[in-house]
Design a binder for this molecule. Structure first.
Ligand code: ADP
Ligand code: MG
Length: 545
């Protein structure tokens, strides 16, 4: 008998070779099936309840993937590409997962038949390169000449991004708001200068855009009622100072032996507070915002002097106010003077639904705006926020790279045609592989049809025919159960979404294909694996799942 060679720790889980590859592809497939139905204007939403019982309703691929808590190592790559798509362009997160999954599905028969993964990877890379060239060639540049034209274009892109979301009924309303919000920013289009605040209650149409900073009224002590609630041309002091008489936090001990001494201590404390307040008053500020609490004494002091004050302002709001209105956040009251105060044209406290809001408008420095969202349930508002985030990202992207392509599967069909034509000109394995990828690209229009309940085979046939005849912008028409020129229909998407989605999907597919062995060490303290770790990958496992 030959001695057994022990290479890896007892309980280490390994599986390798072709079966491992196929099993990874299958794992990816099951992830894709989870998000498949959310694609497109007729896509469904997912309700995900996490281990703490928190429910989230979403149509956004990245959000769903994040919440799924996937443990399979290969399938995690799909989560990562969805996340990266979300971070890079903000939209197209479902598409990217679908494309990667479909590429893998299409090449799976080749893997099973023993084509070397490297050959497949090479073909995918080649196909990707051809697609990139084609997209760049086809993308329609939008001239920035007239402001109105640019606005119209941006509104269309925003509307397309929102047409697949819960708020698609209100997309015209929101696309205006989103474009206004983004255009109000400065050149760099910093995302964090658009604040989004949610107030439950009311209808979606009551949502509004405030040009300037707005935040919910903070907790206030008695006395605030007397302070004025609106100013013109106001000076704002931004503080990180506690204006409160407080019980000693550390265990300081003061020994006094008579009442007079004690009175002195108390007086000193009050004196310190009054000194701070006087400094702030002298600086000429008429609005005081502080990150830390402002107590009752301070509140009354300010109210007596016609100064508005708000304590415990969230840090991000304070920072946004600082960027918008100028000034500096002070940590001591000693050097407060007119030069560190922020300025704004108009300040008011206003009722929005059941909440009171502090609004700062006409800020001289940075350009910023705040969206106040209204709507029914909280989950609904959260999904609205995510959808608007997608739309805002799209508008920003379109301003930066002003070229668009037609959506609704049009661009994918055209690329598919390109690859199919190309595959006919070459010989060997690569021909079949490129043709398989061409087929993979059709997943987007097919899924759009499936989700809308259309006959996908029929529509895809029509589309292939149209594209063969040169109708390069023909895609699925969601309203008429037919095909249409989606460029004329104004289903526009920035070309950067497609470029990024295709690149990420191809990369992910290549990555999954290039892994042929998974080695998993046993967790410390755990008994050696018997019959399968996560998703059934036990020792020697490697059968397709
Ligand atoms: P993603 O997370 O990938 O953005 P969506 O659910 O937003 O997924 O769906 C996007 C897809 O829906 C894109 O392929 C887009 O072209 C398509 N689409 C959006 N609006 C329309 C429309 N009005 N008609 C046809 N297709 C549309
Ligand atoms: Mg989308």
């Amino acid at each position: 008998m030959q001695p057994q060679i022990v290479l890896l720790k007892e309980g280490t889980d390994t599986s390798q070779g072709k079966p491992q590859l196929v099993s990874n592809i299958n794992a990816c497939q099951s992830i894709v099936d989870a998000v498949r139905t959310t694609l497109g204007p007729r896509g469904m939403d997912k309700l995900i309840v996490d281990s703490q019982g928190k429910a989230t309703i979403s149509n956004d691929g990245a959000t769903i993937m994040k919440l799924l808590e996937i443990v399979h190592p290969a399938a995690k790559t799909l989560v990562d590409i969805a996340k990266s798509q979300d971070a890079e362009v903000g939209d197209g997160t479902t598409s990217v997962v679908l494309l990667a999954g479909e590429f893998l599905k299409q090449v799976k028969p080749f893997v099973e038949e023993g084509v070397h993964p490297r050959v497949i990877i090479k073909a995918i890379r080649k196909a990707l390169q051809l697609c990139m060239e084609k997209i760049n060639e086809m993308a329609v540049q939008i001239e920035k000449q007239s402001k109105e034209e640019q606005r119209a274009l941006l509104e269309k892109c925003a509307a397309t991004a929102m047409s697949s979301k819960l708020i698609h009924q209100q997309k015209d309303f929101f696309s205006k708001i989103v474009v206004d919000a983004v255009l109000s920013l400065d050149e760099l289009l910093p995302l964090n200068m658009i604040g989004i605040k949610k107030v439950t209650g009311g209808s979606l149409e009551e949502s509004q855009l405030i040009s300037g900073v707005a935040f919910k009224k903070t907790f206030a002590y008695a006395g605030f009622e007397m302070a004025p609630k609106s100013y013109d041309k106001c000076k704002i002091a931004l503080l990180n100072i506690e204006l409160e008489l407080k019980a000693e936090r550390d265990n300081a001990e003061i020994r006094v032996d008579n009442v007079k001494e004690y009175q002195k201590v108390v007086d000193a404390e009050w004196q310190i507070l009054y000194n701070k307040l006087a400094k702030i008053h002298e600086s000429g500020a008429n609005v005081v915002l502080s990150k830390l609490p402002i107590g009752d004494v301070a509140t009354q002091y300010f109210a007596d002097r016609d100064i508005f004050c708000a304590g415990r302002v969230p840090e991000e709001d304070l920072k946004r106010t600082m960027k918008a209105c100028g000034g500096a956040v002070m940590t001591t009251a000693n050097d407060i003077n007119a030069s560190v105060l922020g300025l704004c044209e108009h300040f008011e406290e206003r009722q929005v639904g059941g909440e009171r809001f502090n609004l700062f408008q006409g800020c001289p420095n940075a350009k910023t705006s705040t969206l106040i969202l209204r709507g029914g349930a909280e989950q609904f508002l959260e999904e609205t926020e995510r959808s608007l985030h997608d739309a805002i990202m799209i508008v920003r992207r379109t301003i930066k790279h002003d070229s668009v392509v037609a959506g609704g599967g049009a661009i994918e069909m055209e690329l598919s045609k390109l690859l199919r034509d190309y595959s006919r000109t070459i010989a060997g394995k690569e021909q079949l592989l490129i043709a398989a990828i061409a087929k993979g690209l059709e997943v987007i229009p097919r899924q759009l049809c499936d989700n809308a309940g259309f006959d996908a085979t029929n529509i895809l046939n029509k589309l292939r025919q149209k594209h063969a005849q040169g109708g390069q912008w023909f895609g699925v028409d969601i309203t008429k159960e037919d095909i249409s020129d989606n460029f004329e229909q104004c289903v526009w998407e920035p070309s950067i979404i497609k470029i990024n989605a295709l690149t990420a999907a191809a990369e992910a597919a290549c990555m999954v294909l290039s892994v042929d062995e998974t080695i998993k060490s046993p967790k410390a303290g755990e008994p050696p694996m018997a019959g399968g770790g996560p998703m059934g990958m036990g020792r020697g496992m490697g059968r397709p799942m």
